[in-house]
Design a binder for this molecule. Structure first.
Ligand SMILES: N[C@@H](CCC(=O)N[C@@H](CS)C(=O)NCC(=O)O)C(=O)O
Length: 203
């Protein structure tokens, strides 16, 4: 029997959500390990061996130890879902698009969404941040809307780990990016209905 994968996390809806969802899609046995930051469990020498920064998620699959959620998802998709959840290298256009969206989800989308929640201490800051959020959402729409208006998934080849990355990150900008934007409302509704996402308690 395949040894269970160990997934270290803080809660269901932290950045381990995307990893858990992908594991559920692929029906791979895994064990959650919920770490209590306040109790110092992310600072223990044993955990710091796995993740020197003391952050989550971290994945242990036999001799493979990985942190960084997009990297973990790429590893799982290539190892257990190659050709379906990750396009094959020889499918050059699909693989290039897949890599682009996997990196974009964290490198362009999530880091800006994280910024949307800072600089809100004063009324003046809130105004500036609100304008920033609206402006950034319009830029994201330029990338996402043309594709999601014509197809159900971000890749023409079908559902992939890239959809899991996007659908776990996009809700962070719900008010600016999803609400009143039909292609993304429909996309998120499709994603939220996936049985594996429900089992992984993503939404
Ligand atoms: N870019 C990293 C972010 C990792 C991260 O910041 N994780 C959060 C939980 S979602 C964390 O560990 N926070 C605890 C802390 O910063 O001390 C990834 O995608 O895995």
């Amino acid at each position: 029997m395949q040894k269970k994968i160990d997934l270290y996390c803080m809660a269901y809806q932290d950045r381990s959500d995307r990893v858990r969802w992908l594991l559920e899609e692929l029906k791979i046995p895994y064990q959650d390990h919920f770490l209590k930051k306040a109790a110092g469990e992310m600072d223990s020498p044993a955990y710091r061996q796995l993740n020197p920064m003391g952050r989550t998620p971290t994945l242990v699959d036999g001799d493979i130890v990985l942190f960084e959620s997009a990297a973990i998802c790429m590893y799982i998709a290539d190892t257990y879902g190659y050709g379906s959840f990750a396009p094959k290298i020889e499918d050059r256009q699909a693989r290039a698009d897949y890599t682009k969206w996997m990196i974009w989800s964290v490198g362009s989308l999530e880091c800006v969404i994280a910024r949307m929640f800072t600089h809100v201490s004063t009324e003046e800051e809130k105004k500036v941040t609100h304008a920033f959020n609206k402006q950034q959402a319009e830029i994201f729409k330029l990338a996402l809307n043309p594709i999601l208006s014509k197809q159900d998934y971000i890749l023409a080849s079908g559902f992939s780990a890239a959809d899991i990355m996007l659908a776990t990150i996009i809700p962070g900008a719900e008010e600016f990016l999803v609400k009143g934007n039909p292609p993304l409302e429909a996309y998120m509704a499709r994603m939220m209905k996936r049985e594996a996402a429900v089992r992984a308690k993503v939404f």
